[in-house]
Design a binder for this molecule. Structure first.
Ligand SMILES: Cc1ncc(COP(=O)(O)O)c(C=O)c1O
Length: 351
C-alpha cells in the first residue's frame, strides 16, 4: 500500500521519489537533516506560516530567519536577499493555501547564493507554476526559452507534504511525505523513518525516528489521490462563485491574483476583511464555520523565543485573515448561504 501510494504521489508531483512519513513536520525536519543543515546554520522562513515550518528549523539545531510575506500570503521574494548572511544555508518557501510562492524567483536567489531549497508544500498539493526552461532553440543566434509547468514540490531539494485530515488530500489521521529527485535524500528519509534502519540489511545508519506513514493511511490516500484532480476543479468552481459574488465589496481582498503563471488550487479560500474579527465573528454567529489563521503571528508567542524584526504585511494580514468554507462536499446552496452572510455583514455595517 505504502509503496503504491509513494509511486503514485511521485508520478503526480513529477519527481523520481516520494517517501511516506508521519507528518508534514517530519517531512520538513528530515529534509533539513538530509541537507546537512544544523547548528550554526541559518534558514530563511516566511513570517506568516504554520509554526511547524519554523519549528523544524529550530529542532534541526539551526536558526530560523524570518522574512515578511507579500499580498499573496507567500514569502516576499524582494526581501529574501537582505536576510541572507554568510551563515545562510537554506530557504523554505511555503506555498500557502493552495497557491505557490514565486518559485522561479526563489530558485534564482538560491542558485546565486548556493542555498538549499526545501519547499513547504503542505497546503498546495496539485498546484503548479510555469517555468522558463533552459535554452530550447537557437535560431540565427537568437536563443529562446520554452515554458512548461512544474508542480509544487518538484522545484527544491524536497517538497514536503502533510496529509493531516484538513488538507486538500487528507488521511484519517496524521500523515506526510517528501518528494525528491535526489536518490540519497530518498534513501536517507527511508532509513530515518525506521529509526535509522535499512530494512533490507538490518544495518542502522544513524539515530533516526519513528515517523513512517502507515499502510492504512497510505491505502486511503492512494484511493483519494485518484480523485484529487476532479476535486480541484470543484474547488476552483466554488472560488469562482465567491469571486463573482463578492468582488464588488471594497473592504474585502479576495485571493485571486494577477499572475497567470501560477495556478491556485484553493486548499483554503483565505480573504482579508478590513473589519477583521468583527467580520469573522459575524460569520460564526450566523452558522458559517470560518478559520482565522493566524490572528497572532507565531513569532509573537513568547515561549518560541523568536526575533520579532517587525513584519508589516504579516501583522496587517493577521488582523484581517478569514478563510471561507472550502471543500468538495460543499453544496451550491451552502456556498450561496456563505455569500448571503458575507453580504449581510456589509449591509449591516453600512446601515
Ligand atoms: C504550511 C504548513 N507547514 C507544515 C505543516 C505541518 O504538517 P503536519 O501537521 O502534518 O505536521 C502544515 C500543516 O498543518 C502546514 O499547513
Amino acid at each position: 500500500m505504502l509503496k503504491s501510494f509513494e509511486e503514485n504521489l511521485a508520478k503526480f508531483v513529477g519527481t523520481r521519489y516520494a517517501v511516506g512519513l508521519n507528518s508534514g513536520y517530519d517531512a520538513l525536519h528530515i529534509s533539513l537533516l538530509a541537507a546537512g543543515i544544523g547548528s550554526g546554520d541559518e534558514v530563511i522562513v516566511p513570517a506568516h506560516t504554520f509554526v511547524a515550518t519554523c519549528s523544524a528549523v529550530v529542532n534541526a539545531g539551526a536558526k530560523p530567519v524570518l522574512v515578511d510575506v507579500g499580498k499573496d500570503f507567500n514569502i516576499d521574494c524582494e526581501k529574501i536577499e537582505e536576510a541572507i548572511t554568510p551563515n545562510t544555508k537554506g530557504i523554505i518557501p511555503v506555498h500557502l493555501s493552495g497557491y505557490m510562492a514565486d518559485m522561479e524567483r526563489v530558485m534564482e536567489i538560491a542558485e546565486k547564493y548556493d542555498l538549499v531549497v526545501i519547499e513547504d508544500a503542505c497546503q498546495s498539493l496539485g498546484s503548479s507554476m510555469e517555468e522558463k526552461k533552459s535554452v530550447k532553440f537557437d535560431v540565427l543566434g537568437v536563443k529562446g526559452k520554452e515554458k512548461e509547468r512544474r508542480m509544487a514540490g518538484a522545484w527544491g531539494l524536497t517538497g514536503c507534504w502533510s496529509f493531516y485530515p484538513f488538507k486538500i488530500l487528507g488521511g484519517y489521521g496524521d500523515g506526510g511525505a517528501i518528494t525528491t529527485d535526489d536518490p540519497d535524500v530518498a534513501l536517507f528519509a527511508t532509513r530515518m523513518r525506521y529509526n535509522g534502519e535499512d530494512r533490507d540489511t538490518g544495518e542502522y545508519h544513524g539515530h533516526g525516528y519513528t515517523c513512517l506513514l502507515d499502510n492504512m493511511q497510505a491505502a486511503f490516500l492512494d484511493v483519494k489521490l485518484r480523485y484529487l484532480p476532479q476535486w480541484i476543479v470543484r474547488r476552483k468552481e466554488i472560488a469562482e462563485r465567491y469571486r463573482q459574488a463578492l468582488s464588488d465589496l471594497p473592504d474585502l481582498l479576495l485571493p485571486h491574483y494577477d499572475d497567470p503563471r501560477r495556478d491556485h488550487v484553493y486548499q483554503n479560500y483565505t480573504l482579508r476583511s478590513k473589519q477583521g474579527s468583527d467580520f469573522s465573528e459575524f460569520m460564526k454567529v450566523n452558522g458559517v464555520e470560518v478559520l482565522t489563521q493566524f490572528r497572532k503571528p507565531y513569532y509573537k508567542h513568547e515561549a518560541l523565543k523568536l526575533e520579532d524584526r517587525c513584519f508589516p504585511e504579516t501583522e496587517a494580514l493577521s488582523r484581517e485573515v478569514c478563510s471561507l468554507p472550502m471543500n468538495v462536499e460543499l453544496e451550491d446552496e451552502e456556498v450561496g448561504y456563505v455569500i448571503e452572510v458575507v453580504r449581510g455583514f456589509y449591509k449591516k455595517i453600512r446601515g
